[in-house]
Design a protein around this ligand. Sequence first.
Ligand SMILES: CC(=O)N[C@H]1[C@@H](OP(=O)(O)OP(=O)(O)OC[C@H]2O[C@@H](n3ccc(=O)[nH]c3=O)[C@H](O)[C@@H]2O)O[C@H](CO)[C@@H](O)[C@@H]1O[C@H](C)C(=O)N[C@@H](C)C(=O)N[C@H](CCC(=O)O)C(=O)O
Ligand SMILES: Nc1ncnc2c1ncn2[C@@H]1O[C@H](COP(=O)(O)OP(=O)(O)OP(=O)(O)O)[C@@H](O)[C@H]1O
Ligand SMILES: N[C@H](CCC[C@H](N)C(=O)O)C(=O)O
Ligand SMILES: [Mg+2]
Length: 488
Amino acid sequence: MEQLKKLTEVLPTFKYIGEENPFIESLEMDSRKVEKGCLFFCIPGFTVDGHDYAEKAIQAGAVALVVEKELPLDVPMIKVRDAKRTMAILSAHFYQLPSSNLHMIGITGTNGKTTTTHVIHKIMSDHQVETAIIGTMYMKYKGKEIAVANTTPESLVLQKEYAHMVEAGVEAVTMEVSSHALELGRVHGTEFNIGVFTNLSQDHLDYHKTMEKYAQAKGLLFAQLGSSFSASNQNVAVLNLDDPYFSQLETMTAVPVLTYGMGEQADFRAVDVKIHENGADFTLQLGSEQYDIHLQMTGRFSVYNALAAAAATYASGVPMSSIQQSLADIPGVSGRFEKVEAEAPFHVIVDYAHTPDSLKNVLETIKEFAKGKVSVVVGCGGDRDRSKRPQMAAIAEELSDYVYLTSDNPRSEDPLSILSDMEKGMTGDEYQVINSRKEAIYKAVQQAEENEVILIAGKGHETYQIIGDHTYDFDDRLIAKEAIKERS
Ligand SMILES: CC(=O)N[C@H]1[C@@H](OP(=O)(O)OP(=O)(O)OC[C@H]2O[C@@H](n3ccc(=O)[nH]c3=O)[C@H](O)[C@@H]2O)O[C@H](CO)[C@@H](O)[C@@H]1O[C@H](C)C(=O)N[C@@H](C)C(=O)N[C@H](CCC(=O)O)C(=O)O
Ligand SMILES: Nc1ncnc2c1ncn2[C@@H]1O[C@H](COP(=O)(O)OP(=O)(O)OP(=O)(O)O)[C@@H](O)[C@H]1O
Ligand SMILES: N[C@H](CCC[C@H](N)C(=O)O)C(=O)O
Ligand SMILES: [Mg+2]
């Protein structure tokens, strides 16, 4: 709890409107969650304008507002140019810069963030470091799981949660940092110690428009390293040397860089890589040392995720012997190359691939080991990058024997129009369009031949499907099991 005038001392510039100087007991950006004594941030959003909810917030107990335009309301107002950025600064200070008391590892990149955060979590936890995860699936620490609306939540949500983590005895955080979050300032005020880059390929062009701008947004994580509010910790950037965007990201950071990859120049280098059906083996070269690494996760991309996690945890003080053991022990991550366990003469794999590059990687890995046909059930999300739709369909067609084009999360879009965008990428006729995802999965299972591998792509761990305004229960793994049961 702090008085408004004291709290706002950290802001570079603002206009204080009003005479009173109330005590601020909490911060909020959503009028529906406001409590007594709250400072309410009026955020102009993509859908509505938070200024329109100021009155409601006051009725619910808000005692002051942060605004971008003066409102005819009778509470003190802090008028600023950018309410969202102001929220990031004030929430970090309100909660007493909690991230400076945590070892913060931030992971950005198009694919592999969720997987890498979980691998890092396993390594850190095995090394007796109390570690939290923040990302697509949840915020999770000390046995508690908190639902998230975004892969990287708003600054206010983050700062509040970091403070709870510190209180609960969490020592480290491994978190996904999305390009949206970086550009929208959600992690301004988060003091990262380590930044990790997985890779960059096409996604989110609806938002970023060009790959150049998308890369620039990702780079903000590395630009931010070393410029912390309290400047208390050492910083390292862990970068994928084999990615075409490596050099651009390297130039965006002033802190030491640790590289990983498969080429000779990489600090953390994988050699003698052997991918097999149920995992991968390689030798990790680090300076003059060599470590035999075994993974239960398959695909070359898993080797990259393991290298990234090894470099980040090594830079965090975990010895290589411990990293080696933890990498061997992690069974995989929910919804990532997850085999559906069921009695059947064919195989079903559920994977979260929802970008052209991830779909290509997963299908190439499947094809390498498939003893029969490969079929794919795939859709694309609505209200997301449209240009990836025909590309994903073309990749599915090229790398499989049969494709079922279906719905992912159509959201506000017409599912048939998403499917027609996807169909533009198809050149042959070894496919069918089945709008209902359940029907598509049932059909793929009914038609499966002996030894066939069915990949159900795009939704991975998700346990819902968003159609219009409704969120329905839906789990690819459960539907596949049901379909297998019905067939037998
Ligand atoms: C485009 C985008 O980033 N949108 C985010 C944004 O929503 P918005 O701008 O539409 O918000 P809004 O509904 O207009 O509301 C504006 C303000 O009015 C307030 N309000 C609104 C209604 C009300 O009754 N009272 C009230 O006070 C809101 O709390 C808010 O402060 O702010 C919301 C609250 O933080 C976010 O949940 C929402 O993410 C939506 C769900 C989203 O889809 N975001 C995607 C694009 C995204 O950010 N994705 C990345 C990950 C991608 C990846 O990893 O591949 C992510 O980090 O999740
Ligand atoms: N390093 C990688 N390179 C390319 N593809 C990968 C990599 N790691 C995982 N994948 C593929 O991408 C899919 C998504 O992986 P993951 O969930 O870890 O990525 P993410 O970056 O967290 O995605 P999101 O942007 O949705 O949060 C996986 O199911 C797999 O198919
Ligand atoms: N973080 C990604 C997840 C996409 C998952 C896919 N199932 C979809 O709904 O498009 C996004 O919000 O673009
Ligand atoms: Mg993720």
